[in-house]
Design a protein around this ligand. Structure first.
Ligand code: NAD
Length: 501
């Protein structure tokens, strides 16, 4: 007998996690739920595989990661189709996401040796007969816990960099997107069939909890701030280090000298792409008084043209996680009750599983729609005196993930004033597609970095090695040190460090 299921809500039946389309309710696939013992066994196998994988060296891992990248590239359309069916996102959004992930795999593979490999660094004057080496060694096994909203790009931001650094990975995908997670892991196994270097464990949040307690050497978590706190608490039991990529409430600032057409285009795409279910999505906009009306008109005209539906060609797809619809509805209704106005959409825009683009103005700064992550195709747009007031208000939530600035003359200066991990100037969200740049937040958005050099180092321990080449010139690290030596050392130290400039 088949149980009745709510579209898009993951269910467990006879030990299998069942994934369904959020739009049609069609079953996408069934995956075995991992028990705590299964998780522990997977980590034990990963530990064995990690030694082999690290032993391949940078060149061996690079070759295999680039082969993985090629397989994904050649099957991009198939992957995008699966992402569309399981998560509901339009095909074009799925392709943009998957292409970003491919770029990251290649960058991590190509840069790991340069960033992490052993190099000589300077030695202290007093220990000049020593040679100092620095290298970054893999932790061993990394547990990666992923969300559903970017089921390829987001976990790959950890997985690719962890693998390139020489770790094995046990991956727990979101229960909303297990099919996409399994597809990725299966493709990796095709190019690395020898050992289980990348494994997957399926299930609900409790399986993520088991992974935190499984003895992995580090947890890389991407998901909500509330779950991030639970992950950190579980990992604290064994002092397992954590990387937390959590939620956001990113702001766009439109200065008086902004290119308004470009700003409106970036605002609509940055806020509404993937139906607004983007950690670094634009959720709030602060616009300088003099250009507010012209900007708002452009945004509303663009957003009103977007198509909403379950087809792969729609601009805005369904809300993937049905329970999020209540949050979106609450934020819109709260904003309207508290004096806000909907210049597009509004309460009637919520038609599960869809929410049509909604633009809210005159919303008080302490309203939920301004302070809490909405994760839907909504934007609040506020009029401010100038860009400096915009920066102050942009910094007024507990989050600090990304953001965007539109200004022809003050972009860099304003960007540095925003308390967040990443800012795009005269575009939106583009920092996520730059493999050479680190990605991560501050405050409620988490800590640690994926992507770029910092992202590679995040999955390693710094190893310092000092090698003595010959007899000590100034023998101070011995009880045989002579008073004369100490007098010489004092003279040198005063010469080197005693000056005020
Ligand atoms: P979520 O926190 O509900 O779930 C994330 C993952 O954690 C899932 O795999 C889930 O099964 C697992 N999980 C749940 N409870 C757990 C527990 N107690 N211990 C361990 N794991 C547990 O988040 P979500 O709804 O899947 O994703 C949306 C959220 O993710 C949003 O807040 C979004 O902003 C955030 N996000 C952040 C980034 C980033 O890079 N900062 C990227 C994408 C998404």
């Amino acid at each position: 007998m088949t149980a009745t299921r709510t579209p898009g809500v993951p269910a467990i039946d006879e030990g299998s996690l069942i994934s369904t389309s959020p739009a049609s309710g069609d079953e996408i696939g069934r995956f075995p739920v991992a028990s705590p013992d299964h998780v522990t066994d997977a980590v034990a196998r990963a530990r064995d595989a990690a030694g082999w994988w690290a032993g391949l060296g940078f060149a061996g891992r690079r070759k295999r990661l680039l082969a993985f990248r090629s397989v994904l590239t050649n099957r991009l359309e198939e992957l995008a189709e699966l992402m569309h069916r399981e998560g509901g996102k339009p095909i074009a959004d799925a392709l943009v996401e998957a292409i970003g992930a491919i770029d990251h795999i290649a960058w991590a593979a190509n840069h790991a040796r340069k960033v992490l490999g052993r190099r000589r660094v300077g030695s202290s004057v007093l220990l000049a007969e020593h040679t100092s080496y620095l290298e970054y060694l893999p932790f061993g096994v990394i547990g990666v816990i992923g969300p559903w909203n970017y089921p390829v790009l987001t976990p790959m931001g950890s997985i690719a960099y962890a693998l390139a650094a020489g770790n094995a990975v046990v991956f727990k995908p979101s229960e909303y997107t297990p099919a996409v997670g399994q597809w990725i892991v299966d493709r990796f196994a095709e190019v690395v069939p020898e050992r289980p270097v990348l494994q997957i464990v399926h299930g609900m949040g409790d399986v993520g909890g088991a992974l935190c307690r499984s003895g992995v050497d580090k947890i890389a978590f991407t998901g909500s701030t509330a779950t991030g706190k639970k992950v950190m608490a579980a990992a604290a039991e064994s002092l397992t280090p954590v990387l937390l990529e959590c939620g956001g409430k990113d702001a766009m600032i439109v200065a008086a000298d902004a290119d308004l057409d470009a700003a409106a285009d970036a605002c609509v795409w940055g806020g509404l792409t993937n139906a607004g279910q983007t950690c670094v999505g634009i959720e709030r906009v602060y616009v300088a008084d003099g250009v507010y009306d012209a900007f708002l008109g452009r945004v509303v005209a663009r957003a009103a043209k977007l198509t909403v539906g379950e087809e792969g060609t729609a601009d805005v797809g369904p809300i993937t996680m049905p329970s999020q619809i209540d949050v979106i509805r609450r934020h819109i209704e709260d904003a309207l009750t508290r004096g806000g106005r909907a210049v597009l959409g509004g309460a009637e825009a919520v038609r599960p599983p869809f929410v049509s683009p909604t633009i809210l103005v005159d919303v008080p700064e302490d309203a939920a729609a301004v302070q809490e992550e909405t994760f839907g195709p909504t934007l609040t747009i506020a009029r401010v005196k100038d860009a400096d007031e915009a920066v102050r208000l942009a910094n007024g939530t507990g989050y600090g993930l990304g953001g965007a600035i539109f200004s022809k003359s003050r972009g860099l200066e304003l960007a540095r004033g925003v308390r967040s991990g990443m800012t795009s100037i005269n575009s939106a969200l583009t920092f996520a597609g730059m493999p050479s740049l680190p990605f991560g937040g501050v405050g409620g958005s988490g800590f640690g970095r994926i992507h770029g050099e910092d992202g590679l180092r995040e999955f390693t321990r710094a190893k310092a090695i000092v090698k003595r080449r010959g007899p000590s010139l100034l023998a101070i690290t011995t009880f045989d040190r002579a008073p004369k030596t100490m007098r010489q050392v004092l003279k040198i130290v005063k010469l080197v460090h005693g000056r005020s400039k």
